[in-house]
Design a protein. Structure first.
Length: 295
């Protein structure tokens, strides 16, 4: 295991604490963090022990790790690696959207094209594969998935979302999962507390799409959730450009919190109409940006 991987995981843990506004003493379960970051437990444990030295995390014998007394913003972290990885990731996003990067390409071609080492390229491609928009081919080739590129397809995807998400809320037996509700509320409040401008665009997308996927999952119908996840994979790249202006994200978070309040109270019909309006307004705002990008 490399020190660089542990440093990257440490950054993710600090971000996790900040975004979810986890209080001092909150339990940090190593396996849950490993599952969240799609890594093994070893780098998570190494990262937690490193963060313990800064006071952001404390350990209790036979019980594990817990949020410490130091504020996340005060935690010193290694510089360089994360920014480099984000730079390569963003370059791949931009060139896929511009269609200057072919759908099928070899690792050697990508290394020459971006001027990076194989190790760095493979780390970034592994992240993209986890997100579902590239897959490894036999040998050293990679195939990028189909994504939304036109204004028409983007609008159709949003209208489909509006239909399936509101109908998911109206399914018999729809039930809020309390621990999910606590997590979603903490994430949205964490964003409002000041992390919207600091988070990478990929992480913002994950938080937003994860919010909607979770409330759809409460329907108990896996077909609704599978459909939404597929749409979210398709729209991921174009959303990175459409949400370049983050000025509306505060309002988006407030609407998410209002929706959670309605669902918690059991006002399902009102919540469904509120969600329909939320999605429709988001489309109206983003549609203009999409037309500018695709015309």
């Amino acid at each position: 295991m490399s020190d660089r991987l542990a440093d990257r995981v440490a950054r993710r843990i600090v971000e996790h604490i900040r975004t979810r506004a986890l209080p001092e003493g909150a339990h940090l379960v190593a396996q849950e963090l490993a599952d969240l970051f799609k890594v093994s437990r070893a780098p998570v444990t190494a990262a937690l022990r490193a963060l313990e030295q800064s006071g952001a995390v404390r350990s209790v014998p036979n019980r594990g790790f817990f949020v410490g007394t130091a504020t996340p913003d005060a935690v010193p972290l290694a510089d360089g690696g994360e920014d480099d990885e984000d730079g390569l990731y963003n370059a791949i996003v931009d060139q896929r959207l511009d269609e200057t990067l072919p759908a099928k390409v070899s690792e050697n071609e990508l290394m020459r094209h971006f001027g990076v080492t194989r190790a760095r390229l493979q780390r970034t491609l592994a992240q993209i594969a986890d997100e579902g928009w590239v897959e490894r081919l036999p040998g050293h080739g990679w195939q990028f998935s189909t994504t939304l590129h036109t204004a028409e397809s983007y609008e159709q995807a949003y209208r489909f979302r509006g239909m399936i998400e509101t109908q998911a809320l109206l399914q018999p037996g729809y039930a809020v999962v309390p621990e999910d509700l606590v997590r979603l509320r903490a994430e949205q409040q964490g964003l409002l507390s000041g992390t919207i401008e600091a988070l990478p665009r990929a992480r913002l997308f994950e938080l937003n799409s994860g919010f909607h996927e979770t409330i759809v999952a409460w329907s108990g119908n896996p077909f609704f959730l599978d459909s939404l996840k597929r749409i979210n994979r398709l729209r991921r790249l174009i959303e990175f450009r459409v949400t370049g202006d983050r000025s509306r994200l505060d309002q988006q978070c407030r609407e998410h919190l209002a929706l959670l309040d309605l669902l918690e109270r059991g006002d399902i019909l009102i919540a469904a109409e509120f969600l329909r309006g939320h999605i429709g307004h988001a489309l109206a705002v983003k549609e203009r940006a999409v037309h500018r990008l695709t015309d």
